[in-house]
Every structure is written in C-alpha cells, then in structure tokens.
Design a binder for this molecule. Sequence first.
Ligand code: 1CP
Length: 341
Amino acid sequence: MAKKRMLATVLGERQDTPPIWIMRQAGRYLPEYRETRAKAGGFLDLCYNPELATEVTLQPLRRFDLDAAILFSDILVIPDALGQNVRFEVGEGPILEPIGLKGIDGLSRERALEHLAPVLEAVTRIRSALAPEKTLIGFCGSPWTVATYMLNGRSSPDQWVARRFALEHPGAFARLMDVLVETSIDYLVAQFVAGADVVQLFESWALNLDDAAFNTQVIEPNRRIIAGVRRRIPDAPIIGFPRGAAGNLKRYAERTGVNALGLDYATPLDFADSTLPKDLPVQGNLDPLRLVVGGAAMEKRVIEIKEAFANRPHIFNLGHGIVPETPIAHVERLVELVKKG
Ligand code: 1CP
C-alpha cells in the first residue's frame, strides 16, 4: 500500500522532502469553497452537511499536491453539541451566548456525539474518497481555547474574561474543563473509528498565560485528552498546536504526550530546534502573510524553515491559518518549493 508520508512523519520518520498541508486549507481564498458555502446556507450548515463538508475538504487537494486533507469542521461544534447556541455572522466570526456559572452545570454530554454524527459521517466519506497515500487529519479545539469562546461569547484579543473566570471560579472552571476533556475524548475516538489517520489539538489561545496557568489550563487538559484517547486507541497519532506557547513549548511537548508539535510563526527556528527533543517531529511554521506577499518574502523563508528542520521529522505548514487574501498562484509555488529536494 502507498505510504502516507504525512502520517509517517508524525510517527517519527524523517522524509527527504517534508510533507505539506496548509492550516485552514479549505477556505475563502478558494472560489470553489465560496461557491459551495453559498449553497450550504450558514457556516454551521456546511459543517453539518456530510456531502458538502466532504466536497470542501477535498477541494484544496484537487488543486495542490498536498500530503493531507483536514476534515472541514470547526472547533466550536463542541459547545454547539453541548447545548450552547453558536452562530457565525459573516465578517464577524463566531458568536455564542456567554456561558455563566449556571450554564456550566447545564451543559449536557449525553447527546453530544449524536449531534456530531454528520461530522463523523463526513470523516468516513472523505477517507473513502481520498487516495490511499493521503493522510486524513481530524481535529478538535483544546479545552482552554474552546472555553475562551464559551465564556466570552466571541473572540477576544487577550482572553481577559476567560482568564479572570479561571482565577475567580476555579471549581466551576474545573467542571467546564472536565466536560470539554471528556467530550473531546469521545469525539476524537469517534473520528479515528470513522477513518481519521491523525488528529490535531488546536490550542490557538495558548498565549497570555503565566506558567502556572499554562500548566493547569493548557498542559493538563491536553495531557488528559491524549491519555484518554490512547486508552481506547493505543498509539493514536496526535499533533498538538499550542499557538503562542513560547517559553512553555518544551514542557508542552514533554508532558502532554503529543507525537508531533505544531509551531506558530513567531517561534524562532533556532530556539525550536535547540530546545525541543532531537527526534520530536515538528510542523510549521511559515507566516501566512509571507504567502500573501509571495516572491522573495516567501521563498527565502521557506528555504530557511526547511534547512532549520532538515535533521528531524518535519511537516511543512503555515504557522497559523491561510487568509482569504492569499493568491492561489502563491500556494502553487509554495507546494512546488517545499517538494523540491
Ligand atoms: O481546511 C481547514 O483547515 C478548515 C477546517 C477548520 C479548522 C481546522 C475551520 C473552518 N476552522 C478550524 C479551526 C478553528 N476554528 C480554530 C483553530 C485554528 C486557528 O487558530 O485558526 C479556531 C480558533 C476556530 C474558531 C473560528 N471559526 C474562527 C476564529 C475566530 C477568532 O477568534 O479569530 C473563525 C473565523 C471561524 C469560522 C471558520 N472556521 C472554518 C472556516 C473556513 C471559517 C471561516 C468561515 C467562512 O467560511 O466564512
């Protein structure tokens, strides 16, 4: 059977040229995505429509020689499945009814997986449509990151509401983390059973935390999810992406049990390579803005990133999501450059 280069790299095998996928690779920079999205109605309707979610997941692989597909969904389907209403407004991002102390105790795990059944159906459809050498990545948001949206009701630049809540109401906060940890374990196990090869934990708001808070709010919940998934799927391959972890990166890598570590673009290449265990696979970390601008601004940096991680397993990716302004020709050029020996 054809080798899955991306999966093999997550499992610790260095490749001659790094496999590549692009964070948020299905999205608004693609005209075919915009067209399918318009057909679906709202954004969540697209996430819960197995046929259309499969279609948009596969779109970027038809255009570019990527090594992996990532399930089209969102990290906020978990609060939605737990009974907290989630909406997406065009140009505004996600909007939730902020959850308070009472709301936390009203969350219900009972029907969460049932609610997520269309997403799991999409995983199965994608896997059967995908070439055998392509890796299928499933995902969920890490509990702290999901909690920042649940507590604040929308994106916030400094996660002030959630950080304050965690300090002021440690008991209620711990109960919220417990619900998110347990739901995420069930959801990720179900994604593996449905056909995912690898899963990624998106901890997009791992920044702005002191190291004590980082331990309890980021490391512990991620560690518990990974241990919980592996109790049911031994050796399940898992990537962690703690965006903004900075000086906490090494302890995240060592204590959570991740197979591979996603690096944001602000992580210095020499710092990452000298700090992290020598055999730890890393993923990243081109600034998405360099992909928008292209030319020398992109090309020189792509080579620097490849060279920095040439001696360890490395998956090429952006250091955060691709943005709608990105020219498609620049993505084509990026894939070509990464694949060149
Ligand atoms: O191909 C893919 O990668 C698409 C699948 C995907 C993933 C992995 C989407 C679709 N969302 C996500 C993860 C996600 N969602 C994260 C973690 C990654 C990251 O840090 O970017 C986060 C924080 C969210 C929450 C979210 N959903 C935001 C961010 C708001 C903020 O605080 O900055 C937004 C704008 C969304 C909507 C969304 N999700 C996905 C897409 C393509 C979109 C845009 C919606 C549209 O079509 O207009």
